[in-house]
Design a protein around this ligand. Structure first.
Ligand SMILES: [Zn+2]
Ligand SMILES: [Zn+2]
Length: 354
């Protein structure tokens, strides 16, 4: 049997590069040779045991590759074509998908929270030489020749997620927007706010290097909570509160501060993944009658989403390559996790080449 190298999860803190069989695509699936992938914050949660997956699973969910083989019923594609596949792979057929909630795909049944997230969660993922793409007809997005793997790899997850934070917030032309945390997703939310037509984008983080990148990605003003009173400063800059606050970390502090800088009737667009209990202080929320809106979003996937994001890059509206600060081979991925996990060397994202 032909084998491939893959990054396999075995238990908390235990992963390894191993030789495993190259899978065969069944009906509706495609086999893709991965040419570039990356490491996500969610992968760190998995390895640290903060998000449970079953031992033996290949992790990773941000694939760029080349089609090797198509299962029965996948039409309009050919082996050799370069494709980008979103981190979220909706089936396009179920109640959730056909109701427009693709990320909560129920795989033919009803709804499943996070159901569209399958790679490196419920099925083998992208940190491998080869990958099976489920519901391939809905998920293989052909990459325009003009674009390199590095230009598109971050669209699979963090850019789709970050930009969706701006879209779910219904940012309007002329809005004032505050983005809490300028990690990879927050930086993409900052770029998304600018793309949506915000007049003033305020980027907030404690890391000065990340604040520098925030300015490159579209932040007009950056604030460090260690150096100023963020609530007072944002309220001053926005004359009483922002139209939209985007939370891109997943902590009580950032969530609560995002609420405190919101104008009455404003929208808190939350992208963070929270743990434990999240509390809403009544005074930050006008006791529940401030016409505030709180919306949450899971990374939109599917080939049409990927096509649209690639169009933005192709037409020079968005450049994500400054976020790819490190490059490692698949064999050295454990070292890549260490650099990414410990936030060493000014790391933002690590490109992994099988
Ligand atoms: Zn991710
Ligand atoms: Zn579905």
């Amino acid at each position: 049997m032909d084998t491939m190298r893959a990054h396999v999860f075995h238990g908390v803190g235990r992963t390894a590069i191993e030789h495993v069989p190259i899978p065969k695509p069944r009906a509706g699936e495609a086999l893709v040779r991965v040419t570039l992938t990356t490491i996500c914050g969610t992968d760190l949660h998995i390895v640290r045991g903060e998000y449970p997956v079953k031992p033996g699973l290949v992790i990773g969910h941000e694939p760029v590759g080349v089609i090797v083989e198509l299962g029965a019923g996948v039409n309009g594609y050919a082996p050799g074509e370069r494709v980008l596949i979103g981190a979220i792979t909706p089936c396009g057929q179920c109640r959730a998908c056909l109701s427009g909630h693709l990320s909560q795909c129920g795989h033919g049944e009803g709804y499943e929270a996070l159901g569209g997230w399958r790679f490196g969660n419920t099925i083998d993922g992208a940190q491998a030489e080869y990958l099976i793409v489920p519901a391939a007809q809905a998920n293989l997005a052909k990459i325009p020749d003009a674009l390199t793997d590095e230009q598109v790899v971050l669209l699979a997850d963090i850019a789709s997620t970050g930009i969706s934070g701006a879209e779910s917030g219904d940012i309007r032309v002329g809005d004032t927007v505050a983005v809490f945390a300028q990690g990879p997703i927050g930086l993409c939310a900052t770029a998304g706010a600018k793309l949506m037509g915000a007049a003033l984008v305020i980027g907030i983080d404690r890391n000065p290097r990340r604040l520098e990148v925030a300015q490159r990605m579209g932040a007009d003003v950056v604030l460090d909570p260690g150096e100023c009173d963020v609530v007072a400063e944002v309220r001053r800059l926005s004359a009483g509160g922002v139209d939209v606050a985007i939370e891109a970390l997943g902590s009580q502090t950032t969530f609560e501060t995002a609420l405190r800088v919101l104008r009455p009737g404003g929208t808190l667009s939350s992208l963070g993944v929270y743990s434990g209990k999240l509390q809403i202080p009544y005074e930050a929320f006008a006791a529940g009658i401030g016409d505030h809106r709180i919306v949450t979003t899971l990374c939109p996937g599917g080939k049409e989403r990927m096509r649209r994001l690639m169009e933005i890059v192709k037409h020079n509206r968005l450049d994500l390559t400054p976020l790819l600060t490190h490059r490692v081979s698949l064999d050295d991925i454990v070292e890549g996790y260490r650099i990414f996990g410990e936030q060493r060397e000014g790391v933002l994202k690590v490109a992994v080449k099988p």
